[in-house]
Design a protein around this ligand. Structure first.
Ligand code: PHE
Length: 339
């Protein structure tokens, strides 16, 4: 029996564990009910009374040795798994490349922000529109060429459902649902059936502006756009208005700004005129107000609409519109902004 105990002791001393599971196996082998140590205590009954004291002590020593071994190995194993974790530096910033806003979003947000400072809210409308909102209510005659398949992506015929060709459709939705005073900008994506080139795309973005109230005049329109141009392109920017035509405004105009590239001296961007066109505008035609149940005898209004791509190209001197849609990171990563 003594020999057996001595062998067990050697076994315990030599025991090594790499995993907690091995240690648990070891504990079961020695200490569980059917383990080696309870078995020794069982046999103890048959030990000669003269040897009892000594053998009892040996078994107790063995039991303590097993328990100490378990505690020691357990600590060791837990420490080593923790030390593996501590190689990680949790103070390091996560290894991700931060994205930047798309240049069109930057400029759209900046435009909205400039108008928000003088009391304009933001309204949005659907990209799929019916004939009434995109054309009829805006005073487009039935045979107007803009309704032709050449320009409009129709989805259904009779009744006509199409991808909106301009954000002016949202003017109608706003006026149908709100009585004046109205002061709002309408940003959104628009669609036209155009061949893709450096200057045109079949999908592009506009921001429309609409102001309807009592006593709104063309002077209010001019002053608002004058303020806008200076805020967006800089204090030295000059503006000029040229007469134009839109079915839904009367009178209508197009606004040019002094070329922000050459400062008006003449360059290939402004085609050596010193001026670049940035938007269309005018006084809301009374027909349009009446189509939306707004009393055109009581109220007047102005509207304007601009292409975000065009403004962004001028602001950042980008010479090909297709760059906005290619998702080339070398292009996109150059735009960092507060907006
Ligand atoms: N909707 C016109 C366009 O897409 C722009 C415009 C808007 C003109 C509002 C006048 C008033 O060309």
């Amino acid at each position: 029996m003594k020999k057996k105990i001595e062998d067990y002791l050697k076994e315990v001393e030599a025991f090594r564990a790499e995993k907690l599971e091995q240690l648990e196996q070891f504990r079961i082998e020695f200490l569980s009910k059917k383990g080696k140590i309870p078995a020794l205590f069982n046999d103890f009954r048959n030990v000669d009374p003269t040897d009892r004291k000594e053998v009892g002590q040996l078994i107790n020593n063995l039991k303590t040795a097993v328990q100490e071994k378990i505690v020691a190995l357990k600590d060791q194993l837990e420490e080593s798994t923790q030390s593996k974790g501590s190689d990680m530096d949790l103070t390091l910033p996560p290894n991700v490349t931060l994205g930047t806003r798309h240049p069109l979003s930057i400029v759209r947000n900046e435009i909205i922000e400039i108008f928000a400072r003088i009391g304009f809210s933001v309204s949005e409308g659907p990209e799929i529109e019916d004939d009434f909102h995109n054309f009829s209510a805006l005073n487009f005659p039935k045979d107007h060429p803009a309704r032709d398949m050449q320009d409009t992506f129709f989805i259904e015929k009779d009744p006509d459902i199409a991808l909106r060709t301009h954000t002016s459709s949202v003017q109608i939705r706003v006026m149908q649902s709100t009585q004046p005073p109205i002061r709002t900008v309408l940003p959104g994506r628009v669609f036209r059936n155009e061949a893709i080139s450096a200057r045109a795309h079949c999908i592009f973005h506009q921001v429309e502006g609409l102001c309807v109230d009592t006593d709104v005049s063309f002077a209010d329109l001019k002053q608002t756009l004058f303020y806008f141009a200076k805020e967006l392109f800089g204090e030295d920017t000059k503006t000029r208005f040229r007469p134009s035509y839109f079915p839904f405004t009367e009178p209508s105009a197009e606004m040019d700004i002094s070329c922000n590239i050459c400062g008006g001296k003449g360059c290939n961007i402004c085609k050596y005129t010193g001026w670049v066109e940035i938007l269309g505008c005018g006084m809301v035609d009374p027909f349009v107000l009446d189509s939306c149940n707004i009393d055109s005898k009581k109220y007047t209004g102005y509207a304007f609409g601009m292409g975000i791509e065009r403004i962004t190209m001028l602001k950042y001197q980008i010479n090909d519109l297709r760059l906005f849609f290619e998702n080339d990171l070398r292009f996109l990563e150059q735009f960092k902004s507060a907006y």
